[in-house]
Design a protein around this ligand. Sequence first.
Ligand code: NDP
Length: 402
Amino acid sequence: MAKIIIIGAGGVGNVVAHKCAELSSVFDDIVLASRTEQKCIDIATDVNRSHPSVRIRTAQVDADSTEALIRLFDTEKPFLVINVALPYQDLTIMDACLETGVHYLDTANYEPRDEARFEYSWQWAYQEKFREKGLMALLGSGFDPGVTNVFTAYAAKHYFDEIHELNIIDVNGGDHGHPFATNFNPEINIREVTADCRHWEGGAFVTTPAMSASQRFTCPEGVGEYAIYRMYHEELESLAAHFPSLKKAQFWMSFSDNYLKHLEVLRNVGMIGIEPVDYNGTQVVPLQFLKSLLPDPASLGPRTKGQTCIGCVVSGLKDGELVHRYIYNICNHEACFEEVKSQAISYTTGVPAMIGAKMMVEGTWLKPGVWNLEQLDPDAFMADLNRFGLPWKSTSVASQPF
Ligand code: NDP
């Protein structure tokens, strides 16, 4: 049993708090801390409504300040911090963990606020520091990255002698009824989807313009057919590094025509810029201002209908034959809302964060150093996905879809 601190009280923080509370035999003391404490209090009240005996407290913290984090960790002395604030805070939280002897987990790689640059280099540079202190940092324990890394590791372990090609396909068939909204933090989401596309091919990353490659993909089990667009996603970097046999790795995400139309207009008028502009003597970052106008992703839960279908198509050699395997999860937005008052994007991120934390607390994955999920044995994590709300299926397919 362990005490944890969850940092971040957004859509994902809400799910992590609910799912950890569900497992009070593992997480017996929960502190939910964020910039705006009232959001933590609202979540904690809701958690206690469903789990009256669970010990969950709240705190205010500015996670941009290592000193403030050190004070909180020194007072609370948690075993582990689950970071579901924003990618900008990864390094300050990792620094505070090192200073106070606390294990670390996040769901998104560090990103400097003034550059839309997604790479693990900053966090991988902490490898020795964590190892020397006997602490573990688990990077990217959401769905993608996270479950997609575990799906790939599971496929490599159980179905192949060598994997050659990977296509990660993230379809959100949900409809929230707003003209334009993002399913997780709008600033992070828009920075991600408008960045140049990079995919792994022939031993290097190949750069192409954002959204310049698209396909149609038919999801299984009647979820439907969607237009999916190739984009860069951070797990490509770690998977290419940790599976050197991969000749090609691509990430695809579905977008509706309506979403793309709004994004194009917002881009054309300069509303997604990340450089400050002067407005009547005030410095305003257009994307941050846009975020303040858009619906809060946490508010989409009650309105979102439909399903997500996220999975990996892996190809490679088994006993000298070329074979293809598709591992996927289908998640229903309305069922997620009924369970934890959240739409499926926050749910599919928060459940794997809880499972990663469980694996660390129980010692299954506890190992000093900085790790991506595919570096650890996938079997227990895959079993827990089935147990805690993200059941998966694995099927043999005739060929790669792309
Ligand atoms: P939200 O914007 O809904 O929530 C972020 C939370 O972090 C808010 O409570 C916010 O506080 C808090 N926060 C922001 N800055 C600070 C700070 N300086 N100090 C303390 N708290 C702070 O985001 P989501 O819940 O949608 O996403 C959370 C994380 O999950 C993000 O990093 C996102 O990239 C990641 N993610 C990962 C996915 C995956 O599959 N791997 C998928 C989806 C998301 P306040 O309320 O005051 O603004």
